[in-house]
Design a protein around this ligand. Structure first.
Ligand code: FES
Length: 275
């Protein structure tokens, strides 16, 4: 059992949770994720670690309410416990000293897993420009934390309610036009990562994406998180979550995610009706 020691609402459906998990807090690196179960019969929820506090022995997770399990998790409060937190899982981000800028792009709750990557690139001595994108101002999260670490922050909103009006790729193109970008990291909704990857491909900029597929066991056995990367089957839970963006078959991934979404929505509707 892991105790929840902090909770903050970023928006109606996005919550930051600080959970006691001292061993994970110590071992985790940028890019790692955990799998949380709210109760014994609960689904496993994969969540990338947004931060940790070694003194308190806690990790920070950002959870978006999208279905039954995430609804249960975001409904918990300080003092409540989750059944278990397993991790750190996955491969850590490869951080190397770069000649040029590292362009870190986050969409929606994708900014949470992006934050430790930004921090790690800064610690490696890289210049980091962050592009944070969301539908509107209220959905931009962790801006202050990103500002503390990145050299520059560009905000993009679809409706122009904050920063510049436009999608993430508009902000990316602006940065690429004015400075040498050596590497890009893009984390957000699958469709955003697809178009972000197409943008950097035009300029031959090596690009990493962190994939957010459905996961079940998190051990490479069940196949739920299967993706095709460079024509080969890979499992996000053990081979990822980060992959070469230019090799990922996003169309297949989007199709698979859409299939799961219909089932999830049905289950969520039944759960809300019962609530
Ligand atoms: S979650 Fe089952 S194989 Fe990755």
């Amino acid at each position: 059992m892991n105790l929840i020691v902090g909770k903050e609402h970023f928006s109606e459906n996005v919550v930051k949770l600080e959970i006691e998990a001292p061993r994970i807090a110590k071992a985790r690196r940028a890019g790692h994720f955990v799998i949380v179960r709210v109760d014994e019969n609960g689904e496993r929820i994969p969540l990338t670690i947004a931060g940790s506090d070694l003194k308190k022995g806690t990790i920070t997770l950002v959870v978006q309410r999208i279905g039954v399990s995430s609804d249960k998790l975001t409904s918990l409060n300080v003092g409540d416990k989750v059944c278990d937190v397993v991790g750190p899982l996955g491969q850590a981000t490869r951080i190397e000293k770069q000649e040029g800028t590292v362009l870190c792009c986050g969409g929606g709750v994708g900014v949470a897993p992006l934050l430790p990557i930004i921090q790690a690139h800064k610690a490696a001595g890289n210049r980091v420009v962050a592009v944070l994108a969301a539908r509107n101002k209220d959905l931009i999260i962790l801006e202050d934390e990103v500002r503390k670490s990145a050299d520059e922050v560009v905000i993009m909103t679809d409706d122009g309610s904050y920063g510049k009006k436009g999608v993430v790729t508009v902000g990316m193109e602006d940065v690429i036009a004015r400075e040498k970008v050596s590497e890009a990291v893009i984390i957000g909704p699958a469709i955003m990562m697809k178009f972000g990857a197409l943008t950097t491909k035009k300029y031959n900029i090596p690009t990493i994406v962190s994939l957010n597929t459905v996961m079940v066991d998190g051990t490479g056995m069940c196949g739920a998180c299967r993706v095709t990367v460079g024509g080969k089957t890979r499992f996000v839970c053990v081979d990822g979550p980060e992959f070469d963006a230019h090799q990922v078959d996003f169309d297949e991934m989007l199709r698979r995610m859409a299939g799961f979404k219909a089932e999830e929505q049905e289950a969520y509707k039944a759960y809300i009706d019962k609530k």
